[in-house]
Design a protein around this ligand. Structure first.
Ligand SMILES: [Zn+2]
Length: 468
């Protein structure tokens, strides 16, 4: 089945065709590690994770690169405020981000490069642009002349001809908006405000602009022309527009085939901002009694391209729905296990041979249609409620490989005292080398609905088939 993705570059839903057959190269604009990431950023990384899992579901071998921005205006400003070295300061939030990845059940990208470790690659690109006279030097930095690139604006749909900016109008700051469409900084010459953050390079003492960082790291690890680039919609201009300009002028090749952007997260229909106090991160969500996977489920209920309105009330509704879904699935586990039970066949794969083709196909159709997670969740709900469907567990397992909701993972189980005593008796029997008794006790435990595995460090217990 074909995978369709909405491409910001063409403003169309297109069938995904990879450059190399069976392989997909993806670049995800990673976080600026100057704070814990907020729930808006979390959505962008969750969508990148869904895209990654969907590509795998479609049998692509994936190479995902997600950078860490550990030098830019914000990291320098805030490290100085806290009197820490840049490295010391960014290490705190790098650790925080890695925790977030784990908590949200995001798969790790193949490569996570840091900007500060790729200064040479950035300098190389800037040198090329200087040679071609697309970049020019001033007293405060090296700038990219946007009028030298005839396609400037093709991603964000801005029209340079209509702009009032004069040739040579420049913007030094990393972040700016459409009111300031100007030549942008590739390299910033050292000023005393940078403290001890600088590199002595062939193009001068200073530090890179933010935009060049992503061009250098993506092309290093994915080549000058690669398949997919993702990010939040707020990155379309200027960040991604500038990435295209720098990269295509340096390489004289098309930079990226598919641009995938997710919509903003609003809180109570308002833009998140520090002044409104609605700037939440994952730690705030957990503090209020929600699990990261509650949030994951919540985000999947809406199409990724739409703006997402976060409210506590709706998060609560998602938490309830997610818990109900897991409950139903745990009942299915008991039943499927029971109906297909044959002594000796304890391997779950043997118990649930074969997935349900009809449902799997329906799921595939939904998720391959531009990552339609709301529809995919509907298919899942229909499946778990269908009393006649066969092969439910296997199908759920496959679907969960994409949704990443840990649907089959067992929560901590409470073992009844009776079973605990049986386990103790069996341990004693084993100590006395009374193997027959130990085996009988194992059967007894199984009949009570628990399976035990002997491990080096003791006995592991899990819920097994319930035999009446
Ligand atoms: Zn980026």
């Amino acid at each position: 089945m074909e995978l369709k993705l909405y491409n910001t570059l063409t403003r169309k839903k297109e069938v995904f065709k990879s450059i190399k057959k069976g392989e997909a190269g993806v670049y995800v604009c990673g976080p600026t590690i100057y704070n814990y990431i907020h729930i808006g950023n979390l959505r962008a990384y969750l969508i990148a994770d869904i895209l990654r899992r969907v590509l795998k579901f479609n049998n692509y071998k994936i190479r995902e690169v997600m950078n860490l921005t550990d030098v830019d205006d914000k990291t320098i400003r805030d490290s100085q405020k806290q009197n820490k070295s840049l490295k010391e300061f960014t290490a705190i939030y790098e650790k925080g981000f890695l925790e977030d990845i784990k908590l949200m059940n995001l798969e790790m990208p193949e490569v996570m490069p840091k900007a500060t470790e790729h200064i040479n690659e950035m300098v190389d690109i800037i040198k090329k642009l200087l040679d071609k006279k697309i970049a020019y030097k001033t007293d405060d930095g090296i700038y990219f002349s946007i009028r030298q690139f005839k396609d400037y604006g093709k991603l964000s749909n801005i029209n340079l001809k209509k702009l009032k900016t004069r040739i040579g109008d420049r913007v030094l700051k990393d972040e700016y908006d459409k009111k300031n469409i100007n030549d942008f900084a590739l390299w910033k010459f050292y000023t005393k405000d940078d403290g001890d953050v600088f590199w002595n390079t062939e193009i001068g003492k200073g530090r890179p602009g933010w935009h060049i960082e992503c061009s250098a790291m993506s092309m290093k690890y994915l080549g000058e022309h690669f398949d997919i680039h993702t990010g939040g919609e707020d990155l379309i201009f200027p960040h991604h527009e500038n990435e295209i300009a720098q990269s295509e002028c340096a390489s004289e090749k098309k930079f990226v085939n598919y641009w995938v952007h997710n919509g903003w997260v609003l809180v109570d229909n308002k833009k998140m901002s520090k002044s409104l106090g609605n700037f939440y991160n994952l730690r705030d969500i957990i503090k209020k009694g929600y699990s990261p996977l509650d949030l994951r489920y919540f985000y999947l209920t809406k199409n990724y391209r739409q703006r997402f309105n976060f409210t506590w009330k709706n998060l609560k509704a998602s938490k309830t729905a997610y818990a109900r879904l897991k409950n139903i699935i745990s009942e299915i586990k008991d039943n499927e296990c029971h109906s297909a039970y044959t002594p000796g066949a304890q391997d779950p794969k043997l118990r649930n041979a074969g997935a349900n083709k009809t449902y799997l196909k329906e799921f595939e159709k939904a998720i391959n249609n531009d990552l339609d997670t709301p529809k995919a969740l509907q298919v899942l709900w229909k499946l778990v409620r269908d009393t006649n469907a066969k092969g439910k567990l296997n199908t759920i397992e496959k679907i969960d490989g994409v949704l990443g909701l840990n649907l089959l993972k067992q929560d901590k189980i409470k073992i009844p005292l009776k079973v605990k005593n049986l386990i103790k008796d069996r341990e004693n029997a084993r100590k006395n080398k009374d193997w027959k008794k130990a085996d009988n006790l194992r059967d007894e435990i199984k009949k009570s609905g628990y399976i035990i595995d002997d491990a080096k460090d003791g006995v592991r217990v899990k819920r097994g088939c319930f035999i009446p």
